[in-house]
Design a protein around this ligand. Structure first.
Ligand SMILES: [Zn+2]
Length: 297
């Protein structure tokens, strides 16, 4: 079964939570490591292809890197331009940031992205208007839902004329926790990660795996942070590469567009995409024809 490998192409200082310590005005002063980290990641992935959601800032600074990724056969999506949280933007600000990223990516590699991922998983129940903006700007899918937040469906589904590919989660004590983002890859044992992929696939659902290049770059500068989040961002970085290699050897991973294409034959535009909080994926697949169609064959 095909699963999606997704990479948010950004610098180490774009980690959510560092905005106050390293404001945008200070980005040019930082050590830029996206190229070396990404080249290492490309080498690690070998023949496995994925979707790189490219931050416009990185595309402007190193357009050759975006061309290298595209030439290697990976899909190029958008991660916005300035890594702003969508929950803090007006629709006009979001559209402006999105257009700027599309221009930067187009200038770098000539590709117009089909897919978008919000910085910090910040498209949620309260700002679903962002999906309308994405559709109006020609995007075909979004991958910004972290169903940890209430009211977001956890499996791929059509919403507001787009397809949504949420990060893979599982229900734990009534909360949906991420199981295949970079933090999970670094914290959970490899056998647990493998079991999560098998669990999803056994329900006919693709795993949606999401990492960052800095997570395979043990040398990225650590900013002292008293917060738990500081530790979460820096722990076990040396374990990312072997665990990622194991995952990609055990199951098939593809760019999101390869999951999308069979789905485009299914009518989209189902209103909503919001359901009451429910915890069990298996209790819902099959009771929604669009959802059932979203299961990858
Ligand atoms: Zn990001």
């Amino acid at each position: 079964m095909k699963n999606a490998l997704t990479i948010d192409l950004e610098e180490w200082f774009h980690i959510c939570g560092l905005e106050r310590r390293i404001p945008r005005s200070e980005w040019p002063l930082q050590e830029h490591r996206a190229r070396r980290a990404t080249l290492r990641l490309l080498d690690l992935l070998g023949e496995t292809k994925g979707t790189f959601f490219v931050l416009g800032y990185v595309a402007d600074r190193d357009p050759e890197l975006v061309r290298i990724i595209a030439r290697a056969g990976h899909e190029i999506g958008s991660h916005g331009w300035g890594h702003g949280e969508v929950t803090r933007m007006t629709p006009e600000e979001f559209r402006s940031d999105l257009r700027r990223s599309v221009d930067s990516i187009g200038s770098a590699c000539g590709i117009r992205p089909l897919g978008y991922r919000a910085p910090g998983w910040t498209i949620r129940r309260e700002n679903l208007w962002a999906l309308d903006v994405l559709r109006e700007e020609g995007f075909q899918y979004d991958s910004s839902f972290l169903p940890w937040y209430p009211g977001l469906r956890p499996e791929p589904h059509p919403v507001r004329g787009l397809w949504e590919f949420p990060l893979s989660t599982r229900s734990l004590f009534g909360i949906r926790v991420p199981v295949l983002n970079g933090t999970a890859v670094r914290l959970l044992p490899g056998a647990t990660l493998s079991a999560e992929v098998r669990r999803l696939n056994s329900m006919d659902l693709p795993a949606i795996l999401a990492i960052h290049p800095w997570e395979v770059d043990p040398g990225f500068p650590r900013i002292h942070s008293p917060l738990v989040s500081g530790w979460l961002h820096s722990c076990n970085v040396r374990l990312t590469a072997p665990r990622l290699r194991r995952l990609t050897l055990e199951a098939e991973y593809v760019p999101v567009r390869e999951l999308l294409h069979p789905l485009l034959e299914t009518p989209v535009g189902s209103p909503g995409g919001i359901v009451a909080d429910k915890d069990d994926i298996s209790g819902r697949v099959g009771d929604d024809s669009a959802c059932a169609a979203s299961r990858t064959r």
